[in-house]
Design a protein around this ligand. Sequence first.
Ligand code: GAR
Length: 209
Amino acid sequence: MPKRIAVLVSGGGTNLQALIDAQNRGEIVNGLLAAVISSNPKAYALERAEKAGIPHFVVSRKDYPSNQAMTQALVDKLRELNIDLVVLAGFMVILTQEMVQAYPNAILNVHPALIPSFAGPGCYGLHVHEKALEYGVKLSGATVHFVSEECDGGPIVSQKAVEVLPDDTPEILQRRIMEQCEWKLLPQAVSLFCQDRLRVEGRTVRVLD
Ligand code: GAR
């Protein structure tokens, strides 16, 4: 039985698109994109899911009194859909411990920096690239990691670096990191998970042959 994957999104959904394209090329081995859940009813990611024929749902933060109540609603929905793997692909709400407890070592997040740099609360989306440029780093990149109770602090599955160039704007750097890092790393990590080839040993993730 293929593993059932839910992708949680909030915005444009280019990482979701990379997963859809990889699935269409047969590159998500033993996995099925079974659902897309958006925290934002206007997210373009929902249109991408619709076009790809993937069931899609909205769980909006404003319909719940707290992050915890929203997280519990998400867990209930994921359970109802028999989801095996949760992928955070540009999901902009910080989930509470209920999610990690429901899906231990079964939630992957893509972050647009080389963790532990430019990570943690407040480091999301374009802000990450603004901070990297402000700091003057010469390399940045992306990280795929398992989600733990610490924001952006779970075991790292994969990382890829790109150069930061002298005339970069946050938008230009974001695009380079998406194209060269995120859109490659995320489908690869999802496929490895679905083949049971990721083994978490403390903070280290071992990739099995
Ligand atoms: C991506 O760059 C993703 O890494 C980042 O938001 C963007 C979403 O783009 N996620 C975070 O910053 C999470 N901390 P997308 O909606 O086009 O995939």
